[in-house]
Design a protein around this ligand. Structure first.
Ligand code: DAH
Length: 344
């Protein structure tokens, strides 16, 4: 049996020396070491040996197998290296070729404005809150001092879903929610940016647009606080030279109420086509929170006062970036949006 094993070894080594490629190498491997390989067969036949012979032959087989395996793995390594060298030679990469252009998304101009407004007010200690876009008539109108038969409801053409639910026409709806949700009736300082909806559509009106609402309630809040806040707001957004003009107006939820104009950012107040030669652009609604609104939402108007304001974020974006048609903000035309990709 010993001779048989030696013979196998010799044959295997001989054949391994003649092997020309990885496939042939594998064939030899299978022939000698595989499940039905010659060495494996020898191990199987060991049952017929005497107990004394068995360990001797067993260890001889092991030695021979190790030897053959060693040669095989060296050859395998050799072929692998050869294969790799071949690849390195043939698959050359030309690192001087220009790379493929990576298409980068850009931040939507409206989101830029919203983030800027949020950062500014958060830095002044405000919380940013939101409310549902599908709103109840109660929060959108009633709790803001607009009872069902109030003529001011005609000011806004609304999308009613049912007699009770509508797409909110103003972020002012969140004011009432914030007041109602504050169970301890503690002071409030919030802004509420979000989408609103009205039955409008032309170059300066879209059926969906964005507003931001501000609400501050505390003891001893006065008109001076409102004026100071809006001045900081507008100067930060439109430039330090911006001037503000407060015009008396009417909103059901504030008393007194003001519309706020800013000096035209294009001509600086001299008069141009953007401001229709007036030098001013109307940008905000504002006022002192109406005592009825405070009371209806659980705040004692004898103890608390507050101010509120609201403005269109689309309008701000249009002014800031010189956009002439509001619908561009909602059409997702990449030719338009790509213009904002190098602003950071
Ligand atoms: N909600 C008003 C609108 O959509 C804007 C507004 C005016 C908001 C006065 C206010 C405010 O908070 O006090 O036209």
């Amino acid at each position: 049996m010993k001779e048989q094993i030696e013979q196998i070894k010799e044959n295997a080594i001989q054949e391994l020396q003649e092997v020309k490629d990885a496939k042939e190498l594998n064939d030899v491997k299978v022939k000698y070491l595989g499940k039905k390989g010659e060495l494996t067969e020898v191990l199987r036949g060991m049952g017929g040996l005497s107990p004394e012979e068995r360990p001797i032959i067993g260890s001889l087989v092991n030695v021979v197998r190790d030897e053959i395996e060693k040669i095989i793995s060296e050859k395998e390594e050799e072929y692998k290296q050869e294969e790799l060298n071949k690849k390195l030679k043939t698959e050359k990469i030309d690192i001087t070729l220009p790379s493929e252009k990576v298409k980068r998304g850009s931040k939507h101009p409206l989101n830029r404005i919203i983030e800027e407004v949020e950062d500014l007010f958060v830095s002044m200690g405000y919380d940013v809150v939101d409310g549902p876009e599908l709103e109840t008539d109660e929060y959108c109108f009633e709790r803001l001092n607009l009872p069902k038969d109030h003529p001011a409801r005609d000011m806004q053409d609304s999308f009613y879903i049912t007699p009770e639910y509508l797409l909110r026409t103003q972020t002012s709806a969140v004011q009432a929610r914030v007041m109602m949700n504050n169970e301890e009736k503690t002071p409030i300082r919030v802004i509420c940016p979000g989408k609103v909806y009205r039955r409008d559509e032309d170059a300066t009106h879209s059926h969906q647009f964005a507003q931001v609402e501000g609400l501050v309630i505390d003891k001893d809040i006065s008109l001076a606080d409102l004026k100071g806040t809006l001045e900081v707001f507008m100067k930060k957004m439109l430039g330090e030279n911006t001037k503000l003009r407060f015009r008396p107006s009417y909103f059901p939820f504030t008393e007194p109420s003001y519309e706020v104009d800013v000096t035209c950012f294009k001509c600086g107040g001299k008069g141009c086509n953007l401001c229709k030669q007036t030098g001013w652009i109307e940008l905000l609604g504002s006022g002192m929170v109406h005592p009825n609104v405070l009371e209806m939402n659980g705040y004692d108007p004898k103890v608390y006062t507050g101010f509120a304001f609201g403005t269109g974020l689309d309008r701000l974006a249009m002014f800031k970036y010189g956009i002439t048609d509001i619908r561009l903000l909602y059409q997702n035309d990449v030719r338009f949006l790509n213009q904002f990709d190098r602003m950071d």
